[in-house]
Design a protein around this ligand. Sequence first.
Ligand code: CA
Length: 229
Amino acid sequence: MRLLVVEDEHDLADAIAEGLRQEGYAVDVAYDGETGRRKALGRPYDLVCLDLSLPRVDGREVLRALRDAGRDDGAAAQRVLVLTARDALDDRIAGLDDGADDYLVKPFEFRELTARIRALLRRRAGAAGAVVRVGDLALDDARHVARRADVDLGLTPKEFALLRYLMSRADEVISEGELLRHVWDENANPFTNTVRVTVGTLRRKLGRDGADQPLETVVGSGYRLRSSG
Ligand code: CA
């Protein structure tokens, strides 16, 4: 999953981004509203974490631009989690009216931020519980554990993030470019074979002990995680 953090307090923005990367998300950062709007409109982020009080372009304007763009091209709108100051009740109400999916009041505990992000991404994926299941695979986002037939796969954060994305789109063919956009951040070099390498190590862990391989390569198109044999 690929996230954008729009926050003008640099220390806070960097701390949020770093924390979310450790959770296995690909994270880009914008330190003002104008950059935030440009980045958010330029890419299909799975979720935007948006401060409302921003220099250059106000957070509410960014929010409205995202909602308008979502309506125009008919694509699923990006989830937006709004960050606001404690006393700004009017802001929060206005933000929800403008189409924010949830909000969090500053200062907040990082654990609460990640819990709300997980809930919003689950809502988007259409899954109900905290554990996502595809075939005999089970992914527990809160505990960062992926299991196959109840055996912990022992994934690295990047393998976990890749599997999480593939499970959210099970049985669909996903191109390498899409994986690069959703699972890696803007610092990833598109000319390296980082996607192939991580797919390779994930496949080895999925197919351990001769288990049949659910992650297929579709030659010339990408990859598909099968939900059944
Ligand atoms: Ca601010």
